[in-house]
Design a protein around this ligand. Structure first.
Ligand code: PMP
Length: 387
């Protein structure tokens, strides 16, 4: 059976052009950038060229790019590293309720270490309210962390407004850009972001590579100590093939994103319209307009997301009920709960995320399957009562 993949938010295949460009760096140009001989120089050249190209992708300067082993590491460095460096100025941090699980867990970790964390609520669409954010600022606040967009419901945050508020109040602004990269343009200067995490895979590069963007004057304490690579902030030999992969992925994305995003938005709008029309008692999660082009997130009264997912699996269609990073817990999504849904509503949700290698036929197969699957599950459901 041909598999249809519609879970691009959880993982993306590496673009074949990226794989090809990475090859020489495994066994021909394998030098360690820290070595001073000419084989090492090849590594240094590749590393520094990649740093420059990735900096361009987000309108940063080269020396503001620190390579990491992925977004989780970059987020840890950005938030914990900044908090530790600035704890004499204050011990208060603000995050939103719809952050990625890594940020919620870092916040708990910092609370256990004596920091105070405020969690700003969001509206029914998952957007942070600037006024509520402002109300939480105290003279102890050193850092605000709000992601560019939700990796679950796809809601885009008012990043520039948050950036401006942080700038005006002299507070550092960290943003997890993983869900948004490659889907909305990122310009750290225009957006007013001081610290930011990126992952390579979300640009169709290899997994296990990422970047911390760190604006000059927003220094962090290192949390990985060793030989002093990456300005002494992330020690350990750089993964040159992976970093070259991320560079090629960013270059392709820069050229192809505008066209690609239009195609995804058409898929999304078609899916949302069709599902809400064809399936009674179905609802859209997230923002109706301020949402990522790749994200369709819907819920159905009286059915359970897991059973929908398994029915799709039987038809060879891979979709999701929420974040892959929390799929092993039985807890409902913290993001959906933050938008005001009750547990049963959150459990009846379905997340479809499209990407580079989808075609119209993939969308057709979902649209054909959804009404049938939901009707069958509702016939079996003891709790479904048509409204
Ligand atoms: N933030 C968001 C929004 C994510 O979706 C993910 C997972 N892809 C991460 C952070 C963590 O990224 P990584 O797996 O590269 O550590």
């Amino acid at each position: 059976m041909k598999q249809v993949y519609l879970d691009y938010q959880s993982a993306k295949p590496v673009d074949p052009r990226v794989v090809e460009g990475m090859f020489p760096y495994f066994n021909e140009k394998y030098g360690n950038p820290s070595a001073l001989h000419s084989i090492g120089d090849e590594g240094t050249e590749a590393l520094e060229e990649s740093r420059g190209k990735i900096a361009q992708f987000i309108n940063a300067d080269e020396d503001e790019i620190i390579f990491t082993s992925g977004a989780t590491e970059a987020i840890n460095m950005g938030i914990i590293g900044y908090a530790l460096r600035n704890q004499k100025k204050g011990n208060h941090i603000i995050i939103s309720e719809v952050e990625h699980i890594s940020i919620h867990n870092i916040a708990k970790h910092l609370e256990r270490s004596g920091f105070e964390v405020s969690r700003v609520p969001v509206d029914q669409y998952g957007q942070v309210n600037i006024r509520k954010l402002e109300q939480r600022i105290t003279d102890k606040t050193i850092l605000i962390s709000v992601g560019y967009a939700s990796n679950e419901i796809g809601t885009i945050q008012p990043i520039r407004e948050i950036g401006k508020l942080a700038e005006d109040r002299g507070i550092a602004f960290h943003s997890d850009a993983v869900a948004a990269e490659g889907l909305i343009p990122i310009d750290v200067k225009r957006d007013g972001v001081h610290l930011m995490a990126l992952s390579s895979n979300d640009l169709y590069g290899p997994k296990g590579v990422g970047v911390l963007y760190m604006r000059k004057k927003y220094r962090i304490n290192p949390i990985i100590i060793g030989g002093g690579q990456e300005q002494g902030l992330r020690s350990g030999s750089e993964d040159v093939p992976g970093i070259v992969g991320m560079k090629i992925a960013a270059e392709i994305m820069r050229k192809e994103m505008p066209k690609e995003v239009k195609r995804f938005a058409a898929y999304r709008d078609r899916m949302i319209k069709h599902i809400l029309q064809e399936v009674p008692d179905s609802h859209l999660n997230g923002h109706p307009t301020e949402r990522l082009a790749s994200n369709t997130h819907v819920r159905f009264d009286g059915v359970e997301g897991e059973s929908i997912l398994l029915s799709f699996k039987d038809r060879g269609i891979a979709i999701s009920t929420g974040s892959a990073c929390t799929s092993k817990t039985l807890e409902p999504s913290h993001t959906l709960i933050a938008t005001g849904l009750v547990h049963e509503e959150a459990h009846g949700s379905l997340q479809i995320t499209t990407g580079r290698f989808n075609t119209d036929l993939d969308i057709d197969s979902v649209l054909e399957a959804v009404p049938e699957i939901i009707a069958r599950l509702r016939r079996l459901s003891p709790i479904y009562k048509p409204k």
